[in-house]
Design a protein around this ligand. Structure first.
Ligand code: ATP
Ligand code: MN
Length: 149
C-alpha cells in the first residue's frame, strides 16, 4: 500500500485528538502528508427562517467561524506536529461526514485515521465515524475511545 496522504478529521475535541499518535506514526512510517479537516456545521441552509437582515448576520457568523477554525487548525499543528512540514489544513462547511467523504475524493486521500467518538462521546459509536466507515472508498482506521457516558 502506498500512503501519500492521510486524512485526520477533527471536531477540535480531546476525543478526536486520541487519533493523533496513530496519525503521526503512520505519517512518519510512510513520509505522508497529513490532511486535517474541520467541518463547520452549516446553519445558513435554514434561510427560510431568517429575514434579509438575519441572513447577513448568518453570513458574518459563518465567516467568523471559518477564520476561527483556520486559526485553531494552525494551533493544532504548532502544538502536536513539530515544524508541520507536510501538514495541510482544510475547512469546509456542511455535513461533517459528507464533507469528509468529499475531501477523500478531492485530495486523493489514501487512508483516514479518526477516533470512534467526538465531542459528544456517548455510549454509542459516533455518527460521523459510522457514516464515514460505511461509505469511504479507502481504508479507515478507527481509534477506539472509551466513551465517557
Ligand atoms: P455524535 O454522533 O452524537 O456527534 P460524537 O460527537 O461522539 O457523537 P462523531 O461526531 O461521530 O461522534 O465524531 C467522531 C469523529 O468524527 C471525530 O473524532 C472526528 O474525527 C470526526 N468529526 C466529527 N465532527 C466533525 C467535524 N465537525 N469536522 C471534522 N471531523 C468531525
Ligand atoms: Mn459529534
Amino acid at each position: 500500500m502506498d500512503v501519500k496522504r492521510i486524512l485526520w478529521p477533527t471536531d477540535f475535541s480531546n476525543i478526536a485528538e486520541k487519533a493523533l499518535p496513530h496519525v503521526k506514526s503512520l505519517t512518519a512510517q510512510y513520509g505522508a502528508e497529513i490532511h486535517v479537516l474541520y467541518v463547520i456545521e452549516d446553519v445558513a441552509h435554514h434561510d427560510g427562517w431568517y429575514g434579509a437582515f438575519e441572513q447577513k448576520r448568518v453570513k458574518d457568523l459563518m465567516q467568523h467561524a471559518e477564520k476561527t477554525a483556520t486559526h485553531r487548525l494552525s494551533q493544532l499543528c504548532d502544538k502536536y506536529m513539530e515544524g508541520c512540514p507536510l501538514y495541510i489544513k482544510h475547512v469546509a462547511v456542511g455535513d461533517p461526514a459528507k464533507e469528509i467523504l468529499k475531501l477523500i475524493e478531492k485530495e486523493k486521500v489514501d487512508i483516514v485515521v479518526m477516533a470512534s467518538h467526538g465531542a459528544k462521546g456517548n455510549f454509542r459509536f459516533g455518527s460521523v465515524t459510522e457514516k464515514v466507515l460505511k461509505s469511504s472508498p479507502v481504508p479507515v482506521t478507527v481509534v477506539p475511545v472509551e466513551p465517557s457516558k
